[in-house]
Design a binder for this molecule. Structure first.
Ligand code: NAG
Ligand code: NAG
Ligand code: NAG
Ligand code: CU
Length: 421
């Protein structure tokens, strides 16, 4: 088998994967892995992240597994035409500008969701926020959590490409690389090629509620330097129209629709600025390399699933887990509201990294883990029916066509054909 031969030669170093997978869209992609190594050496005093080494091994494993075990999928998706997702810090200035323009374009296009289903939706981006708000209880702390968010992030990427002229792949934000100081990351440094940086000093506290059954925060997050509106960078005029549903209302106006039994909960029109309170405390405590290595060393999907989402004791023992910590790295409004968090475009950088982390864990042992699933169909309810690979998922008006959980268990099957560097 030709491709298997290709990869045996690449076993020695994960970096060789960069040469094995040709980039389709952007010639500069071919050099991205090397560039990232430079960044890690500069930013981390020569330290190569263990989690990135794991990702490199996972990438090779997946190709070998697909080539040898999934010949039909391999015909449709292989190194000759796979898409490669990269860290934002490896994007060229023009790649960054193209991505930023496409995201802004989403906020200028009309929504597809009818007014009756989302009175507050004003643009195409809001369709994605509304879909996430409507399904919050059936896509978090559930068996479909990882699969649904993989599909959601991919659908957003496709929409940037199909409706807003974006030619590249979705970037991710590699938490452990910037855990010591997220404001130094090119995603959040506030420069003209960032996703804007911190909010101005403001009153929004990093209120942590965990899951809705927690009445009071179980983890105290100290106030950072922000908390107010984003006043500079490309997203200073970013419109936030929906929510909040579940956040500190002291500094954020309540949504017109607050009835928890309404299908349009949080979907009333509530225009306001985007606020952030970037938290070095959160990122350095729960998203550093050691934390992610520990997560990736999970022996089974149950352990991985719990550890990623705050542990078996639901955020007790002062443990946040990378999922919530990645959200609270930006926090504020709507970033800290687990219904409305996609209203901050940083959401998709974080969830691409959640997906990369799951992809890494899966492909450290693809034959055992590709279809491993744990959890039920209702948020934090172990007595509800278990999620199944045959369960259907929908993205409402954000993206057409339903798929099953099983379709989203691999990044090289179902509608997907991508990998991570
Ligand atoms: C990759 O190439 C194969 C064979 O030409 C084709 O059938 C498939 O649709 C392609 N996949 C993608 C994602 O471009
Ligand atoms: C934010 O938290 C601090 C410390 O816990 C508290 O003193 C302050 O009143 C809070 N601010 C708001 C607006 O709730
Ligand atoms: C997709 O799933 C949703 C919810 O289960 C359902 O209402 C809708 O009719 C489905 N759409 C299609 C095209 O099957
Ligand atoms: Cu979510």
């Amino acid at each position: 088998m030709r491709a298997a031969g290709l990869f045996t030669a690449a076993w020695l170093a994960p970096a060789a994967l960069a040469g094995a997978i040709p980039a389709l869209e952007e010639p500069s992609s071919a050099h991205s892995f090397d560039k990232r190594q430079d960044i890690s050496i500069n930013a981390l005093g020569g330290k190569i992240l263990q989690t990135d080494v794991y990702a490199g091994i996972a990438g090779l494993n997946q190709q070998i597994y697909q080539a040898t075990q999934k010949p039909d999928q391999w015909k449709k998706c292989n190194p000759l035409n796979i898409s490669v997702r990269r860290e934002w810090s490896t994007f060229s200035t023009s790649e960054k500008n193209n991505y930023i323009s496409a995201v802004k374009c989403m906020s200028k296009l009309p929504p597809k969701t009818p007014k009756s289903d989302c009175p507050g939706c004003r643009n195409r981006y809001d369709d994605f926020v509304a879909t996430h708000i409507k399904q919050t209880f059936s896509i978090h702390n559930t068996g479909n959590f990882l699969a649904w968010h993989r599909w959601f992030t991919w659908a957003y990427e496709q929409t940037l490409r199909n409706e807003c002229g974006y030619k590249g792949q979705h970037p991710y934000y590699n938490w452990p690389r910037w855990a010591d100081d997220p404001l130094k990351s090119p995603v959040l440094d506030g420069s003209a090629t960032s996703m804007s940086g911190n909010g101005v000093s403001g009153c929004t506290n990093q209120t942590f509620y965990g899951i809705p059954t927690n009445d009071s925060p179980t983890i105290k997050v100290p106030h950072g330097a922000g908390g107010g509106c984003i006043a500079s960078g490309p997203f200073k005029d970013w419109p936030v129209n929906l929510g909040p549903v579940f956040t500190d209302l002291t500094c954020t106006p309540a949504n017109p629709i607050t009835d928890f039994t309404s299908p349009n909960l949080g979907l009333g029109y509530n225009p306001r600025c985007l606020k952030r309170d970037i938290s070095q405390y959160v990122s350095s405590t729960w998203t550093n390399d050691d934390q992610v290595v520990k997560l990736l060393n999970s022996a089974d999907i149950k352990t991985f699933w719990y550890d990623m989402q705050g542990g078996q004791n639901a955020f007790s023992n002062n443990f946040m887990g990378v999922h919530t910590a990645g959200h609270f790295t930006v926090g504020a409004d709507p970033g800290s509201d687990f219904f409305t968090s996609p209203g901050d475009p940083y959401f998709f950088f974080h969830h691409a990294q959640i997906d990369r982390t799951w992809w890494t864990w899966q492909n450290l042992n693809p034959s055992d883990r590709t279809n491993a699933i744990y959890g039920t169909i209702v948020i934090a309810d172990p007595t509800a029916p278990a999620s199944k690979l045959t369960d259907t998922m929908t993205l409402g008006y954000a993206y057409p066509g339903n798929i099953t959980v099983g379709d989203a268990m691999t990044t090289m099957g179902g509608p997907f054909c991508y990998t991570y560097l």
